[in-house]
Design a protein around this ligand. Structure first.
Ligand code: FAD
Length: 302
């Protein structure tokens, strides 16, 4: 068996594997797609100490660094079941069962897509999901935020300080965000809120040039000219396969303590699949290190 088995090969899993392997213990890493969300990212400007890098380049460096340590990497494999017996068992979709004294779950998350024409086509060409990451690219421009929940309104407030104008589109007749956020939003001069708006299409030529929505009051189609669209309708953790195994939040995020420990002894978690307050590369790497040290601590006590 492994001492530490990491499930997931994004920034948090890579960091966990390196921290574990550096303790001289037997470390395995199973991942569906090495690099994780980083593989879908173009420019990265907030990975501190690296002024600019690109997703595939960072993913390649992660892999190179992990390989330095003799981690047993099992790529292109998906975990489908976890069970705690004497050891922790992780069953893969191909039927294989991996056994380990401790497991670190780092399966990440994915942004929920709005699923309208133009979204896929203009990803990274005006369609964005992360205001902390991509907000500065739209300085002086007009952008839309789709979604009036807490994350959408936080994004709109954040972006309003950077861009020229923000249009918020909410499908329902009311914003769902906390009232303190709504008050803040409505106090800003460069924000327009459109409720009852069903996004129909993101338009563009080489890059985004507008958004079309249906006014659900009148059923009329409207078009707004703008250069960017931030889709903020939820971040979904990749934890479906863990339901009924360990404690998850209502949103499906794995609940962890300050050592990265989950509700199941010997099972730790890190990164975007957990209930961490913020989801960023640098934050997930930090939590990966925490989970590995937590797992090591657990091992020397048990
Ligand atoms: P992920 O990166 O999601 O990695 C999850 C890993 O788990 C993958 O290897 C995946 O294949 C694997 N996996 C999932 N389920 C299973 C399973 N059942 N079995 C086996 N393996 C599984 N952050 C920044 O800090 N700066 C940026 O500029 C930035 N830009 C972004 C742009 C885009 C388009 C996106 C989508 C995200 C961006 N982020 C950015 C966020 C950042 O990418 C994430 O916070 C970070 O990747 C989280 O790392 P993670 O390791 O927790 O999860």
């Amino acid at each position: 068996p492994y001492d530490v088995l990491v499930v997931g090969g994004g920034p948090s899993g890579s960091s966990a594997a390196i921290y574990a392997a550096r303790k001289g213990i037997r470390t395995g890493l199973v991942a569906e797609r090495f690099g994780g969300q980083v593989m879908d990212t173009v420019g990265i400007e907030n990975f501190i100490s690296v002024k600019y890098t690109e997703g595939p380049k960072l993913a390649a460096s992660l892999e190179e660094h992990v390989k330095e340590y003799g981690v047993d990497i099992m790529p292109s494999l998906r975990a489908k079941r976890l069970e705690k017996k004497d050891l922790v068992e992780v069953e893969l979709e191909n039927g294989a069962v991996l056994k380990s004294k401790t497991v670190i779950l780092s399966t990440g998350a994915r942004w929920r897509n709005i699923g309208v024409p133009g979204e896929e086509e203009f990803k990274n060409k005006g369609v964005a999901y992360c205001p902390h990451c991509d907000g500065p690219l739209f300085e002086g421009k007009h952008v839309a935020v789709i979604g009036g929940g807490n994350s959408g309104i936080e994004a709109a407030i954040d972006l309003a300080g950077i861009v020229k104008h923000v249009t918020v589109l909410e499908f329902a007749s009311e914003l769902k965000a906390d009232s303190v956020l709504q008050d803040r939003l409505y106090s800003l001069p460069n924000v327009t809120v459109i409720k009852n708006a069903q996004t129909k299409e993101i338009t563009g030529d080489d890059t985004v040039n507008g958004i079309t929505y249906i006014d659900r009051d009148t059923m009329e189609e409207q078009h707004v000219k703008l250069q960017g669209v931030f889709v903020q309708i939820g971040l979904v953790p990749n934890t479906d396969w863990l339901k009924d195994t360990l404690e998850l939040t209502r949103m499906g995020e794995i609940v962890v303590d300050k050592h990265g420990a989950t509700s199941l002894p010997g099972v730790f978690a890190a990164g975007d699949c957990t209930d961490s307050a913020y989801k960023q590369i640098i934050i997930s790497m930090g939590s990966g290190a925490t989970a590995a040290l937590g797992a090591f601590d657990y091992m020397i006590r048990n």
